[in-house]
Design a protein around this ligand. Structure first.
Ligand code: NA7
Length: 544
């Protein structure tokens, strides 16, 4: 018999970001289930609730970085800029949560520390730091892919007498850099957004760069009234494009290879794409991520731009000495990043030549000198894709912890389920294409697929679902094949591979086959009676 306590639910969802909000809405509204969302923050927003660092902005265009499931939401909400800034995204998610009356089923400040599957009762027991225990048949994680901060354990870190912050755990009251000597470690998408903003008020900003990075100007600005009107009138067309595109963005890759045009034409195409800005740059040729020679043409163009923008030749050399192919690490989008190095108060340290040896009371000591600092900013990224899941303390059938099941790297079917963890769904989990896509498009697809699957189970009186070992093995192979068909694994230092966290198994985690292809596979799996998943009922397998 099902427990009746007020701590029992049909489904527990972890996280109140894009995933959790929509999953709650669908399971509660469409399926009529009793759902509880547990969120460690004190408000909605997920990743965007925590990432309040200076310059925090999304790299997807605002009119595509939102839900497309509800026409009223699309019509009522108005974005102000081409790319949404962090506070605007949090406002948007609050708007959605209020409009759909979601907050009453969200418990804020609830940090989940354990989630254990009880096989006899076919229930998940989910425990928070405060000691509350919830039970549910379905356990759905919406914890984000880039939400577990990676603060490198540099010797002496705790001896620093100044203040230090990780960009993904930024103080809500902000940080005043006025008159301060600031050191920033990290030049990924986050670091590249933060540099120009911190430089505006800091007395001096020293950027510690381990890996130089390509970056493309966002060409951000306020949205015109004309564009806003167009976007509202063309939601069906925009949705169609996002669903058809490889990465879920509202534009398609050009149907040509880099070698299809002359050198002069290619240069002109890159110049124009630079002016257009943002992630659209890499869509000008379809083979940039597949063919090294094609990639080299883009890489050379972008390195040339760095040398053109940065006036000091020494700084320019440090910034333009990039040894991975373009876009094999997530390509940052910036607003005045390289230009910031033309300021007298911004300097750059090449950690490849002079690595950080330790953090001292006064600042950062590299192989050749000590930099005295008042503030250290760690823009050092995340324990991506698996970090936040493993922190939940998940234990599956037979008492097997997820950390044990994933000892040699994460293994899922469709990024959505793990063998041995019945009725657990991992939205945007490893093996999903989400981090290589426009995230809300991936999330909507995952969340809708899971809701359909649960509806199927409820209608047919099915107790349990989990993937077969065979299906998982097949998906892991397919994810590897998809990555190996691209240049992506060539960036040895990327978080896609888990290489940014010492000791983490090196496995290419995202599905690189594209969002459109993934959607098709998921639809076929469902239409084929949930191929690769085993349903069971009191130990008796369902016939179909
Ligand atoms: P990223 O892309 O992981 O970038 C982290 C940066 O920090 C990167 O430059 C790293 O250098 C650097 N890093 C990490 N650890 C260290 C140590 N120990 N010493 C020196 N430098 C270090 O994280 P972001 O937050 O910028 O972006 C994450 C995603 O958010 C992004 O891809 C978008 O999808 C949005 P490395 O390259 O490892 O040599």
């Amino acid at each position: 018999t099902a427990p009746t306590s007020n701590m029992h639910f049909d489904a527990i969802v972890i996280g109140a970001g894009f995933t959790g909000l929509y999953q709650l809405h669908l399971l509660r509204g469409r399926l009529g289930l009793k759902v509880k969302v547990l969120e460690r923050g004190d408000g909605v927003g997920g990743t965007w609730y925590w990432n309040r660092y200076p310059g925090a902005r999304c790299d997807s265009e605002s009119h595509s970085y939102c839900y497309y499931f509800d026409d009223e939401i699309l019509q009522e909400w108005e974005w102000s800029e081409r790319y949404p800034q962090q506070p605007e995204i949090v406002r948007y998610l609050n708007f959605v949560a209020d409009k759909l009356e979601l907050k009453r089923d969200i418990e804020f400040g609830a940090n989940v520390t354990a989630a254990r599957y009880d096989e006899a009762a076919n229930l998940w027991h989910v425990e928070t730091e405060a000691g509350e225990v919830f039970t549910a048949k379905y356990f759905i994680t919406g914890v984000g892919c880039l939400s577990s901060a990676n603060v490198p354990n540099i010797p002496g870190r705790d001896s620093f007498k100044g203040d230090w912050y990780h960009t993904g755990q930024w103080p809500h009251e902000g940080v005043d850099f006025t008159g301060k000597r600031v050191g920033q470690i990290g030049t990924g998408s986050t670091g590249i957004q933060a540099v120009p903003v911190i430089a505006e008020t800091a007395e001096h900003l020293t950027v510690f760069q381990r890996t130089a990075n390509y970056s493309i100007p966002a060409q951000n600005g306020p949205l015109s009234d004309e564009f806003k009107k167009w976007a509202k009138q063309n939601t069906d067309e925009i949705r169609r494009k996002m669903h058809a595109s490889t990465n879920g963005h509202p534009f398609l890759f050009e149907d040509r290879d880099a070698a299809d045009v002359t050198d002069a034409e290619r240069q002109a195409i890159y110049e124009k794409a630079w002016e257009v800005g943002g992630l659209r740059f890499r869509a000008v040729f379809r083979d940039l991520l597949i063919d090294k020679a094609a990639n080299d043409t883009a890489a050379e163009f972008l390195k040339g731009k760095i040398r053109e923008i940065v006036k000091d030749p020494q700084k320019a050399e440090i910034l333009a000495t990039i040894d991975h192919p373009f876009a094999t690490k997530r390509p940052p989008i910036d607003t005045g990043y390289f230009e910031a190095y033309n300021r007298d108060n911004v300097s750059i340290v090449d950690l490849r030549k002079t690595p950080i040896v330790e953090i001292t009371e006064k600042g950062v000591r590299t192989a050749d000198q000590e930099y005295e600092l008042d503030i250290i900013v760690f823009a050092t990224g995340f324990d991506a894709m698996t970090g936040s899941l493993l922190k939940l303390g998940i234990v599956g059938r037979g008492g097997v912890p997820l950390s044990k099941a994933w000892e040699a790297g994460p293994r899922t079917y469709l990024g959505l389920q793990v063998a041995g963890f019945p009725n657990m769904f991992t939205i945007t989990g490893p093996g999903s294409p989400s981090v290589l896509s426009n995230m809300p498009v991936a999330i909507e697809q995952h969340v809708e697929w899971v809701a359909d699957c649960i509806e199927h189970m409820e209608k047919n009186g099915i107790d349990r679902i989990e993937p077969t070992e065979e299906a998982v093995a097949g998906w892991v192979d397919h994810v590897n094949d998809a990555a190996n068909a691209t240049l992506l694994p060539q960036a040895g230092h990327s978080w896609y591979l888990g290489a940014n966290v010492p000791g983490k198994p090196r496995v290419f985690m995202p599905y690189a086959g594209g969002m459109a292809r993934f959607r098709k596979i998921c639809d076929e799996v469902a239409a084929d009676g949930y191929r690769g998943f085993a349903f069971s009922n009191d130990g008796v397998p369902q016939s179909g």
